[in-house]
Design a protein around this ligand. Structure first.
Ligand SMILES: [Fe+2]
Ligand SMILES: [Fe+2]
Length: 176
């Protein structure tokens, strides 16, 4: 497997572990609403920063354009669908945040659940279809170029803050 595809798979695994935490938060709605609000705030931060700023950004700015350039049909089909999903995810996160501010916890959880399920489907399509295409699409020089662009991107955003975001999930798990 190419190194940059492995980076994306690994990021998906981290995002899935955040989704698992998100799905558990319903047990706190009645029991500990203050904790519920706190954890949702942390998850919103994680999804915005890690899932969107680090992960979706590399897909949107680097991988998808590189793939589109090699094959226009992929651009019109699966990549278009993936970009639509990213857009919808941003809207859902905004709505979840809004419901938390209004203290509508059940509504916030329902939206978080919807977000979680849609993100899991999205990750499955990328893992099982999209990422596998990269093996056939790119030659060695292209793969290496994409790899360097990925490294530049994560370095610019900050490896340290990426690690901190990942570790923040462990702290959340301990709150249950
Ligand atoms: Fe994606
Ligand atoms: Fe992804």
């Amino acid at each position: 497997m190419n190194e940059f595809v492995k980076v994306l798979y690994d990021e998906h695994d981290i995002i899935i572990s955040a989704i698992e935490i998100a799905k558990k938060t319903d047990e706190l709605i009645e029991k500990d609403p203050v904790k519920f609000e706190y954890i949702l705030g942390q998850l919103i931060h994680f999804f915005r920063q890690y899932a969107d700023r680090f992960h979706h950004f590399k897909e949107e700015e680097i991988l998808f354009p590189e793939m589109k350039q090699k094959n226009e049909m992929i651009g019109l089909g699966i990549i278009h669908e993936m970009l639509d999903n990213h857009y919808e995810f941003r809207g859902l996160i905004k709505q979840i945040e809004h419901q938390v501010v209004l203290k509508k916890h059940k509504e916030a959880y329902a939206l978080l659940y919807e977000y979680s399920e849609k993100l899991l489907d999205h990750i499955a399509v990328e893992n099982d279809e999209l990422f596998l295409m990269t093996e056939q699409l790119f030659d060695d020089a292209e793969l290496e170029r994409i790899q360097f662009r990925f490294e530049d991107c994560d370095r610019d955003l900050g490896y340290e803050s990426k690690e901190e975001l990942k570790n923040s999930l462990q702290l959340l798990i301990e709150l249950f």
